[in-house]
Design a protein around this ligand. Structure first.
Ligand SMILES: *Cc1c(COP(=O)(O)O)cnc(C)c1O
Length: 381
């Protein structure tokens, strides 16, 4: 079976993990944590990086620091991984789900704009939903599959309507918008290093920001809000969300190889786009020319998604459908979903992801393409 997406562990991972074990620095204090934070911040061009256990808790902390509290709203796209919405619910806030654009699959900014203009107003310098007066505190754009929508427009709308911006950049390490890295446009950006992401620490995350005070607070509340290095005195409710040194050590090794890995991803993406461009009814995700995407997980649309999915999975090519739209999940059925044409559902019914490991070789890619072509030839006979 050609796997969907495996981590590539060909650098100093063993060496650095062994170093942690040899020296006894396995827990949340240790030089690899600081080093990893610095490497991520430097790579993305942010002033500060704060390592945490995973992307989900990173999104939780970023919201707390943006002042999101119980009964607030946070705006998110209706197509995302569940973690984005779970993190909102942890704060006691509710999501406002915005439908996605049918070509780039990111939050549909014209739907967003119509919603903000018609359904919200500014009261005491805060954006509130007219129908019930509840505060809309923040917006969390998600750079779905490493692609990026029109950030200039999103920032303009957010400023006009007094919304904080937290970029869910968990899938977009290596993705740039007009040469600026994702995650650095808003108040916070959050990256994930889960097993299936473009690089991995097994599990891990880094919050980035340019605001020194918020960076300090982020570190403080992810480490139990302890105020003294030697005494057990704490000044607020904190969290035990810090990344451990052993995992950060893997992250440092992964980052050393990241530029090479990114090149491989882009070669893979080019290959698939070229080979699959006139096959069946396949439609690619549109990537704007001012976006340099990381090509994390190759995904395309086809009306034959279900039968193709079965065919590939039964023929040695691991494939997966896209996330079920958030408004269709039981827990979020009563939340506000703003849409004109429900593009989310048609994207869900047609999108399929195919093997995209950075370590995929040419023979495997050829095999993937040949199975897909075989499928369309068979159905036409
Ligand atoms: C992976 C992911 C997350 C969560 O990251 P974890 O590190 O797995 O907690 C959040 N949002 C999106 C869009 C993701 O893909």
């Amino acid at each position: 079976m050609i796997p969907l997406s495996l981590p590539l562990l060909e650098g100093n991972e063993w060496k650095y993990v062994k170093d942690c074990l040899d020296t006894g620095w396995i827990s949340s204090a240790g030089s690899y944590v600081n080093k990893f934070e610095e490497m991520i911040a430097e790579y993305v061009g942010a002033k500060y990086g704060i390592a945490c256990m995973n992307g989900t808790v990173g999104l939780h902390i970023a919201q707390i620091l943006c002042g999101v509290v119980s009964n607030d709203y946070v705006i998110v796209p209706n197509i995302t991984f569940i973690a984005t919405l779970n993190a909102i619910k942890y704060t006691g806030a509710d999501p406002i789900l915005i439908d996605v654009n049918k070509t780039n699959w990111q939050m549909d900014l014209s739907v967003l704009e119509n919603f903000l203009e018609s359904k919200t107003e500014i009261k005491n310098s805060q954006c509130v939903l007219k129908e019930n007066g509840r505060i809309i505190r923040a917006i969390m754009p998600v750079h779905v599959l490493g692609n990026i929508g029109n950030l200039e427009k999103l920032i303009k709308l957010s400023k006009k309507h007094h919304l904080k911006i937290i970029e869910d950049s968990t899938e977009s390490l290596g993705s740039f918008y007009k040469k600026q890295h994702s995650g650095t446009f808003g108040d916070f950006g959050v990256f994930s290093f889960n097993g299936n992401k473009i690089i991995s620490t097994g599990g891990g995350g880094v919050i980035v920001t340019n605001n020194e005070e918020l960076a300090k607070k982020a570190k403080h509340i992810t480490t139990q809000a302890k105020v003294s290095p030697t005494e057990y005195i704490h000044d607020e409710i904190g969290y035990n969300y810090r990344l451990v040194n052993v995992l950060a050590a893997i992250g440092v090794a992964q980052m050393e190889k990241f530029p090479d890995l990114l090149k491989k991803k882009r070669i893979m993406d080019n290959y698939y786009r070229k080979e699959l461009s006139n096959v069946g009814d396949i439609e690619f995700q549109e990537v704007n020319s001012n976006v340099n995407a990381n090509c994390w997980l190759f995904t395309f649309k086809t009306k034959k998604m279900r039968p193709l999915l079965d065919y590939l999975n039964n023929n040695g090519v691991m494939s997966r459908p896209f996330w079920m739209p958030m408004n269709q999940l039981e827990m979020f059925k009563n939340d506000l979903y703003v849409t004109e044409n429900d593009n989310s559902s048609s994207i869900y019914e047609t999108c399929i992801s195919i093997p995209s490991s950075a370590g995929i070789n040419e023979q495997e890619m050829r095999e993937v393409v040949s199975k897909i072509k075989e499928f369309y030839t068979n159905i036409n006979n």
